[in-house]
Design a protein around this ligand. Structure first.
Ligand code: PEP
Length: 259
């Protein structure tokens, strides 16, 4: 068992309605409060917008030894305005949301968001005091062209433009290679993931100096019970961002205790 501080989180995507999220969080809190970790754990869950109010209440009510941070899957960078269908930082603040995820691969590749748009959201989320989880990762095509490192560095450089050193304690990064995510995804090997985390940490060091060492970098992409332990033992991986293997509370708990 590792002694480092470890982050575990899940994005529930467009799965689980309100009732299911409350039940999931309730079960996960019960499991989490039984944990006797020898290391510090930060646990977070990112459900859909419509469940956030009850998710925050549930996480607050059930809080015990290991609180669960609740996050939003996206956010419009503007406080308000003529942006039909969008959700603003003020609205998320009002609900007690603590974390906002920016630039998940599905936002980048399905909704066609650009690095510049992710940057606006990152700046706004940090300004409004959210823990800001910026997701980055290369596509299979980019990996095959051997330009993964360049892609990651560009996503970081543009995505974090204008972020100040003082804001770094609220910034988290998730490295999620697009080819590793979701059904049909192939998990990155621990060595490959660690190598890319090294590239990310080096780039953060160039951008922000020594203070960048405070930024946790999480790995995501087909994490499961079989590979979680090897991944977390890598020196540059600070946490695991899990999809499918975390959507059952007991599975997620098993993954955490096995790690
Ligand atoms: C994700 O979609 O961010 C993710 C990590 O999913 P999965 O673990 O299911 O690949």
């Amino acid at each position: 068992m590792s002694t480092k501080k470890i982050y575990f989180g899940t994005n529930l995507k467009m799965y689980k309605g309100n009732q299911a999220v409350v039940q999931y969080l309730s079960e996960l809190s019960d499991f989490a409060n039984n944990l006797q970790p020898e290391y510090e754990i930060t646990l977070f869950v990112i459900p859909s917008y419509t469940t956030l109010k009850d998710a925050v209440s549930c996480a607050q009510e059930k809080t015990g030894r290991l609180p669960i941070k609740i996050g939003a899957q996206n956010m419009n960078p503007n406080d308000n305005g003529q942006f039909t269908g969008e959700i603003s930082p003020l609205m998320l603040n009002e609900l007690g949301v603590q974390l906002v995820m920016i630039g998940h691969s599905e936002r980048r590749h399905v909704m066609k968001e650009t690095d510049q748009e992710e940057n606006e959201k990152v700046l706004s989320a940090l300004k409004h005091g959210f823990t800001t989880l910026l997701c980055i990762g290369e596509t299979l095509e980019q990996k095959n062209y051997n330009i993964s490192d360049e892609v990651l560095r560009t996503q970081l450089k543009i995505g974090l433009q204008g972020v100040s050193v003082e804001q770094l304690p609220s910034l988290w990064i998730a490295y999620e290679p697009v080819w590793a995510i979701g059904t049909g995804g192939i998990p990155a090997t621990a060595d490959y993931a660690d190598e890319k985390h090294t590239v990310i940490k080096q780039c953060l060091l160039e951008l922000f100096g020594e203070e960048s060492k405070k930024i946790p970098v999480l790995y995501g992409g087909s994490v499961n019970l079989e590979n979680s332990n090897e991944l977390i033992l890598q020196p540059h991986i600070d946490g695991l961002f899990v999809g499918r293997s975390a959507w059952d509370a007991e599975n997620f708990y098993q993954l955490i205790i096995n790690t």
